[in-house]
Structure formats: structure tokens, C-alpha cells
Design a protein around this ligand. Structure first.
Ligand code: AP5
Length: 209
């Protein structure tokens, strides 16, 4: 199963990708997590990506496409993968189309006003990437990741002004991908305002229909 997760920043792509990766036993590949891991390790890629991420802008395609192509060529991707946050531009989608035939592009639909509320309460694990929320997904021990025990943080790009910028960038550059995959008959749209579990169940039901 080769899946793409589309959706605005904060729509729940990471949350759903983790659950779907477990369900289908395939790797979850998040370009945002790869950039953040590089930033933490202070690699040249991470430092370059930071310039864009902190402003709510997309990292240029030339830094992103090869990274993903190399990752999906690895051994653990032989039975498929879930791409979370890639592709995000029509150029990236064209580069992916050239290399692989994906099975479906899942669009997690959430209105902008809900996104702003979600981002305000988001906390993330800097170690394993698991997302939490102060109201809707509270860790068992305050401020600590249930999965790996690391201390949760607030992402720098979750500041309200940056979130609004990311939403604008999403509507301008990423939303056209909905049409792109619609034309290929690969689009699966789900209501992302439902509970986390309901969204997962809706995705699996539609993929298996
Ligand atoms: P990235 O890390 O991909 O960020 P994003 O797309 O903006 O998405 P988020 O991680 O913010 O949100 P999400 O949809 O995963 O939601 P989550 O599950 O966390 O990218 C960051 C940056 O990296 C980009 O801005 C860009 O600069 C760069 N980048 C990455 N990929 C790139 C690419 N391909 N090209 C160029 N640049 C790239 O959920 C959000 C919150 O809501 C959480 O608190 C969660 O607990 C909660 N939540 C989730 N689902 C529900 C629900 N159903 N009900 C209630 N709450 C929920």
C-alpha cells in the first residue's frame, strides 16, 4: 500500500499516519519529521530547512524531492509506505508520479478555524514525533510522551502568526494537489473534524471499499 496523506497543517496527517502505519505495517515517512531530525542534529540540510520552516514557508523542492526518493528506495519500503507532508507542490507530485504509482491520496478535511484551535493546543514529542493536544489528546503523565518518555515541546512553527502563514501557503501551493489526484481517480476525502479514531476508521473503510 502506497499512500499519501494530504491536508492543511494541523489537519491530523501525522496523527493518522502513525495509526495507519501500524494498521498496515508499513513505514510512516514525514518530511517535516525528517527536516526536524536534521535540524536537531544541526546538519546542513536541517539548518537550511529551518530558514523556511520558521517562517511557515515550504522548503524548496530541490532539497525535498531527492530526500524522499532516497527514503522510499530503502528496503523497509518494499511493501509500501505512508507519505505524510509530501508531495506539497505540483512539482513534487510530478516527481513522485514519474517514479511510483501510489494507491491513494487521502485528504483529511478540516476547516481553517478548527486548524487554528488545534495548533494552539498541540504539543509534540521531539524524540519520536508523536503529537498530543492539551484538550483532545492529553498524555498520561503531564508533559511526557506516552510512547518514549521524552519531554513534550511546542513546535516553533505553531506560533499563531506562523500558523496563519502556513495556512496561506497550503491554500496556494498544496491544495491544487487535491485536483491533481482527483483527476487520477486516487483521491479519498475524509472528514477530519471527527474524533481521531473515527477518522482512522473512515480512511480504512474507504481504502478497503
Ligand atoms: P510538517 O511537519 O509536515 O507540518 P504540517 O503539514 O504543517 O502538518 P503538521 O505536522 O503541523 O500537522 P498534521 O496535519 O500532521 O497534524 P497533527 O497530526 O500533528 O511540515 C513542517 C514544515 O516542514 C513545513 O511548514 C515546511 O516548511 C516543511 N516541509 C515539510 N514537508 C515539506 C515538503 N514536502 N515540501 C516543502 N517543505 C516541507 O495534529 C495537529 C493537532 O491536532 C495535534 O495536537 C493532534 O493531537 C490534534 N488532532 C489530530 N487529529 C485530531 C482530531 N481528529 N480531533 C482533534 N484533534 C486532533
Amino acid at each position: 500500500m502506497k499512500l499519501i496523506l494530504l491536508g492543511a497543517p494541523g489537519a491530523g496527517k501525522g496523527t493518522q499516519a502513525t495509526r495507519l502505519a501500524e494498521h498496515y505495517s508499513i513505514p510512516h515517512i514525514s518530511t517535516g519529521d525528517i527536516f526536524r531530525a536534521n535540524l536537531k542534529a544541526e546538519t546542513p540540510l536541517g539548518l537550511k530547512a529551518k530558514e523556511y520552516m520558521d517562517k511557515g514557508l515550504l522548503v524548496p523542492d530541490e532539497l525535498t524531492v531527492d530526500l524522499v526518493m532516497d527514503r522510499i528506495a530503502q528496503e523497509d519500503c518494499v511493501n509500501g509506505y505512508i507519505l505524510d507532508g509530501f508531495p506539497r507542490t505540483l512539482n513534487q507530485a510530478a516527481a513522485l508520479d514519474e517514479k511510483v504509482a501510489i494507491d491513494a491520496a487521502v485528504d483529511v478535511e478540516v476547516p481553517d478555524e478548527d486548524i487554528v484551535k488545534r495548533m494552539a493546543g498541540r504539543r509534540v514529542c521531539p524524540s519520536c514525533g508523536e503529537p498530543y493536544h492539551t484538550e483532545w489528546k492529553v498524555p498520561k503523565k503531564e508533559g511526557i510522551c506516552d510512547r518514549c518518555g521524552a519531554e513534550l515541546i511546542i513546535r516553533k512553527d505553531d506560533e499563531p502568526e506562523t500558523v496563519l502563514k502556513r495556512l496561506t501557503v497550503y491554500h496556494d501551493q498544496t491544495q491544487p494537489l487535491i485536483d491533481h489526484y482527483g483527476k487520477q481517480d486516487k483521491l479519498v476525502a475524509v472528514d477530519g473534524t471527527l474524533s481521531v479514531e473515527e477518522v482512522t476508521n473512515a480512511i480504512i473503510a474507504k481504502l478497503e471499499a
